[in-house]
Design a protein around this ligand. Structure first.
Ligand code: 5GP
Ligand code: MG
Length: 179
């Protein structure tokens, strides 16, 4: 597959749409087996996870609620871990089994923030973490990682929902930066 240019940078193919689809089907079976009788609610974190969420909920064998929330890191210094909520939970998740859908876990700051917020403000029955991608080298927080699609090296990726400065999200495959 050809390299792509996003803004000023070149990216090469890293995980194909077929590999993504196969892995999500496997994860869907695992999550279905664990949650089929529990009426869970999916919480997808915008923007990056919109494509993964769409495929992941369809890979699960049960119907369920799906809500979207949106977070942003505060502008300025990199990786302060300070978060701002741009789109909050539409209703309480008290007593519910919550399944968080995230595109990628890098430092773990986003996910730690969201898990703490759900636990403190919503008193859920349980919180389960599902991420398509995980960079083990970069994990600076102790967070529960229940279902991981792919463990990847600490490199910048785009496509399948993940952007570089607003672009690259709509690519059906995942690409990595050519250094
Ligand atoms: P964390 O809070 O775990 O450091 O970062 C999570 C967020 O950073 C992800 O939801 C994603 O928006 C962004 N991110 C981390 N690594 C990458 C990457 O390799 N590519 C892109 N496009 N976004 C990333
Ligand atoms: Mg994200």
């Amino acid at each position: 597959m050809n390299n792509v240019i996003v803004h000023d940078k070149e990216f090469k193919i890293f995980i194909t749409r077929d590999e993504i689809r196969t892995r999500i089907m496997e994860m869907g079976i695992e999550v279905s087996n664990a949650f089929e009788e529990r009426d869970p609610v999916f919480v997808a974190i915008l923007n990056g996870s919109f494509m993964f969420a769409a495929d992941m909920v369809r890979a699960c064998k049960f119907d369920s609620e799906l809500i979207f929330i949106k977070l942003a890191s505060y502008e300025g210094t990199k990786s302060t871990g300070k978060m701002r909520v741009d789109l909050d939970f539409p209703y309480s998740l008290e007593g519910r089994d919550v399944i968080i859908l995230e595109d990628i876990i890098d430092t773990g700051n986003t996910i730690k923030y969201i898990i703490d917020k759900i636990k403190e403000e919503h008193k859920p029955a349980s919180v389960t973490m599902v991420s398509l991608l995980f960079k083990p080298d970069a994990l600076g927080q102790k967070v529960p990682l229940d279902y991981i699609g792919f463990r990847i090296p600490n490199l910048f990726v785009v496509g399948y929902g993940l952007d570089y400065d607003g672009l690259g999200r709509t690519l059906p495959d995942i690409y990595q930066l050519v250094e």
